[in-house]
Design a protein around this ligand. Sequence first.
Ligand code: SF4
Length: 394
Amino acid sequence: MNQNILLVQPKFPTPSKSLNHKDFLPIPLLKIASYHKTLNDAPHLVHGKVNIDFEPDLIYITSLFTYWQKEFWETAEYYRTLFPNTPINVGGIYVSLFFENSEFQKKCAELKVTANKGTVEKFEKSPPDYSLVDVDYQIIHASRGCKRHCTFCGVWKIEQEFVPKESIKNEIVKNKLVFYDNNLLANPYIERILKELSELKIKGKSVYSESQSGFDGRLLTLKLAKLLKKARFINPRIAWDNSFEEWNKIEKQINILLKAGYKSKDISIFMIYNWDYTFDEMELKRKKCFEWGVQIADCRNRPLTQEFDDYNGRVEQTNKDYYIHKNQGWTDLKVKKFRKNVRRQNICVRNGYKFHSSKLERKVVPKSDYFKIVSMPMHEIKRLLPDAWWPSEL
Ligand code: SF4
């Protein structure tokens, strides 16, 4: 057939400058590339709005979060202008979540683009073509969907059925794996999969894994935690989405991971904030994590209908710039304060510090001096380092 296939990942404002950040690899486009190669077509992957020196026969554009739709539409408009008559297919998270929205459908019609909701079976069956990206890791799914229905999450709306795999060993080609499963432990074959991983060698070397989503701590048992450790899963993360009162349940889950051999500073707790728990309650949760010596992976809540996000941590902002959850008294100041506290606390946890100071963080004050300073009374430390902040204090 030898068609030229243009695969476009819009330039999203990803936090990392790295083009192929492991959280944002355009796996659907890599699968589409693989599928088209079986038809002897020539796929070309580009990022953002770039000059194209060939005439594509077919264009695919992916989308990501709903609040990054501006970048998606600008990219679609750009390629429609460049190639007025080429078929354009669009898909991804935003497209799937807005598929039934009449304004969305109107825009698709105006631009003459075909929207696809969820996964497309023929592409889903193709392995991602890693030759198009320069990465040393492999993204993998041992399941699709999630059996739970958390109100803030779109997974169960896009992937309505939980589909587990029995085995994944034949799919693995690299020594580093990043699981994109939404609820890895819910897979009824998880023990078998973890045993496969612990025994697997690629190019004579062991395989290391991490999970992009947190583990569902409610499903975590000591047996599973030991299998995760043996399967060389690094940096385990569990979620604490509910109230502070649930702290003893989270503590049990952390203790299971500790018993399995994980170090507390390598464990992270996912926490949604700017959400249905107040700033004060989130601060109690934060402080508890400091007592446990675990890090926090903070997630700022943005509704699934949010269409923009111009959050900037360095300036004062309003709901016109990004979503501020007014119900529980969240304000711009509180959102930014919580984020700042988590960041400083994580630095303390990683370094074993009792307090944070920007001079310590930037190594203007060397780590060796910390051990002399820390034994001083608090007011003395404050005199030396006026921005000193103690995560253990509310
Ligand atoms: S458990 Fe995780 S993936 Fe499943 S619905 Fe809740 S937030 Fe979404």
